[in-house]
Design a protein around this ligand. Structure first.
Ligand code: NAD
Length: 255
């Protein structure tokens, strides 16, 4: 039961972030959404659970905007108790031709943003004596895949940061953990399916090939499943889960 708690879910206007935001709202949390695009549908989906919900459009690649997001959270929600670092982007290209601008954007959004939100959230969590930091990393925090230099480097970095923050909060009722999903069918992955569709012959075939390459279950992980795990990590039962990298990947990492 998360009544009285405020959750900030970064990148929650679509995909995994939205699924997690909905689950936390259903459990009674107030939710601050963030992300690009029109937030109306996300606000409606999260708002139907009856608790307070708002959206802030901060660009997580920009530390000044992250500071503004936290000023807003302090003013409108009296701070952040549950921080879900979920905003992320992808670019697929060989290392020698990887666009430098994409490298910088991915490191800023997928890695540096997690440092900035964490350093800004911790003082309030300590003051209120409770906190949960949940980083949506990836199986690519633990293994590599060709053509994903920036993403794999950033996600490995997120797991390192998760461990450090878990150690620094080890004697407090604040935990920091990472969730490492395999393939989840969201706009981020649909782009990769679309890019493969021509070569595969059809979108259906491209989707099958994508799963068959890495994910033995041949089924996508869902945002709802990740929402349930996030909720568990927020529970009292999970208080000794600290610094973990919890894969939810249809068997990807068992190979
Ligand atoms: P998505 O594209 O559906 O959603 C990404 C969200 O982040 C959107 O709300 C978008 O507006 C927001 N966003 C992007 N850049 C931002 C920025 N600079 N500032 C603020 N918001 C920004 O993607 P998704 O698949 O739901 O991915 C969410 C997270 O899960 C990412 O960190 C991704 O790396 C991770 N992940 C996804 C998969 C997968 O298979 N989809 C697997 C493992 C990990």
């Amino acid at each position: 039961n998360l009544h009285g708690k405020t959750a900030l879910v970064t990148g929650s206007t679509s995909g995994i972030g939205l699924g997690i935001a909905e689950r936390l709202a259903a459990a009674g949390a107030r939710v601050l959404l963030n992300g690009f695009g029109d937030p109306a549908a996300a606000l409606a989906a999260v708002g139907q659970h009856g608790g307070k919900v708002a959206h802030h459009p901060a660009d997580l690649a920009n530390p000044d905007e992250i500071a503004k997001l936290f000023t807003y959270a302090e003013r409108e929600f009296a701070g952040v108790d549950i921080l879900v670092n979920n905003a992320g982007i992808q670019h697929v290209a060989p290392t020698e031709s990887f666009p430098v601008e994409r490298w910088d954007a991915i490191i800023a959004t997928n890695l540096s943003a997690v440092f900035h939100t964490t350093r800004l959230a911790l003082p309030g969590m300590r003051q209120r004596g409770w906190g949960r930091i949940i980083n949506i990393a990836s199986v690519h925090g633990l293994v590599g895949s060709a053509q994903k230099a920036a993403y794999v480097a950033a996600k490995h970095g997120v797991l390192g940061l998760t461990k450090v923050v878990a150690l620094e909060t080890a004697r407090e009722p604040i935990t920091c953990n990472a969730i490492c999903p395999g393939w989840v069918l969201t706009p981020l992955v649909q782009q990769q399916i679309d890019a493969r569709a021509a070569a595969a012959g059809s979108s259906e075939q491209a989707r099958h090939d994508l799963l068959a390459e890495k994910q033995p279950s041949l089924e996508f992980v869902t945002p709802e499943q990740l929402g349930e795990l996030t909720l568990f990590l927020c529970s009292d039962a999970a208080v000794q889960v600290r610094g973990a990298a919890w894969n939810v990947d249809g068997g990807w990492l068992a190979q």
